[in-house]
Design a protein around this ligand. Structure first.
Ligand code: SF4
Length: 344
């Protein structure tokens, strides 16, 4: 996840919730089903903004939201991409294994260029799925939890892993990389309060995980509903209503059923419906808010979590790069062992 500061409900529903679920999933023997790593993709920020002045405060704000939502640093190292130099190193090698034509066909990139009205692309932006491939494969990931829009990137990662394995079999154990599979998150996209697009800070249509209940209600009052339901007694169409899409996520099954029926029958008005929705969201966010307050009051603890996560990540990343160099026969020492490598 890019460090863009405080997170919103779209991040929570689209990623964070499933990360935590995956982190806590137990396997048949009672131990964790997955070893999980969570990356703060600060290099990726540079693809759309060269401003780095607030990157550290945004990183800490985002990390606090991760921790508040249940990311457990004991189970899952959290770390910044820029602080593990092997990301850049593997990115460079992978850049040679894919053509620019393949990257230009990436549908996610085309969408981004259209949404951001970009007239030209930097070399780094075109190559960001390659950097993502390095982010994933450096930790030998088998599974990548993603939203649907990220599936093309996982496919690029699989292609790069295959190409590397074919080109550079490891001298002792064959394939260096497994081909990771995408794991689609259950609730991929949450529409913004304006009803027109996904939640996005730049569009100003979000509810933040750190919003207090009165702020949630204030924002909910601006949410777009069924435009044909003007008076309380007009029959509504929940399927086109932003608020109802939030109910579907944050309200109980019984509430969802009665809201749907009462809206259609013209018994329920939008004002009351929004109040109920805001209350349910605030209820969901209450434990996160409490944890956020704790971490804000113990910011050195948050910094230390990052420090320790980066130490762990460097160990894994440097081991992978040793395998990569051995497979590629980079750094062999003349007259030394057949597969001797220079250790950096
Ligand atoms: S009553 Fe609720 S679900 Fe129906 S249109 Fe209004 S806000 Fe939407």
């Amino acid at each position: 996840m890019r460090p863009t500061g405080k997170l919103h409900l779209g991040h929570y529903s689209g990623a964070l919730e499933s990360w935590v679920e995956q982190q806590n999933l137990l396997g048949p023997t009672g131990s964790s089903a997955y070893e999980t790593c969570f990356l703060i993709a600060d290099y990726h920020n540079l693809t759309t903004s060269l401003q780095t002045g607030e990157i550290y405060s945004h990183t800490l704000d985002m990390l606090i939201d991760w921790l508040a939502a249940g990311v457990d640093p004991e189970k899952s190292p959290v770390f910044r991409q820029s602080q593990v130099k092997e990301h850049a190193e593997l990115f460079l090698i992978f850049s040679m294994l894919i053509t620019s034509a393949r990257l230009e066909r990436n549908p996610t990139l085309k969408e981004q260029v259209r949404d951001l009205n970009m007239e030209s692309l930097t070399y780094g932006h075109l190559g960001y799925p390659v950097l993502q491939s390095a982010d994933i494969l450096l930790y030998k990931a088998n599974v990548v939890p993603v939203g649907e829009d990220q599936i093309p990137h996982v496919e690029i990662t699989r292609e790069i892993a295959r190409k590397f394995n074919n080109q550079y079999p490891h001298p002792s154990h064959g394939e260096v990389f497994a081909e990771p599979a995408p794991k689609i998150t259950k609730f991929s996209r949450l529409v913004g309060l304006d009803g027109k697009a996904k939640m996005s800070k730049s569009l100003g249509n979000t509810i933040l995980l750190s919003d207090e209940p009165d702020e949630v209600l204030k924002k909910m009052r601006t949410a777009v509903t069924d435009t044909l339901k003007i008076r309380k007694n007009d029959p509504g169409h929940p399927e086109v209503c932003t608020v109802f899409s939030y109910h579907s996520k944050f309200s109980s099954p019984e509430q969802i059923c009665s809201i749907e029926a009462d809206c259609r029958a013209g018994i329920l008005g939008c004002v009351d419906c929004k109040k109920a929705c805001a209350a349910n969201i605030a209820l969901e966010l209450a434990p996160l808010l409490e944890k956020r307050r704790y971490f804000e009051a113990h910011i050195d603890l948050v910094k230390n979590i990052l420090f320790e996560g980066e130490k762990k990540a460097r160990i894994i990343a440097s081991q992978t790069m040793e395998e990569v160099r051995a497979a590629m026969r980079l750094g062999e020492i003349s007259g030394g062992n057949q597969y001797g490598t220079v250790k950096c």
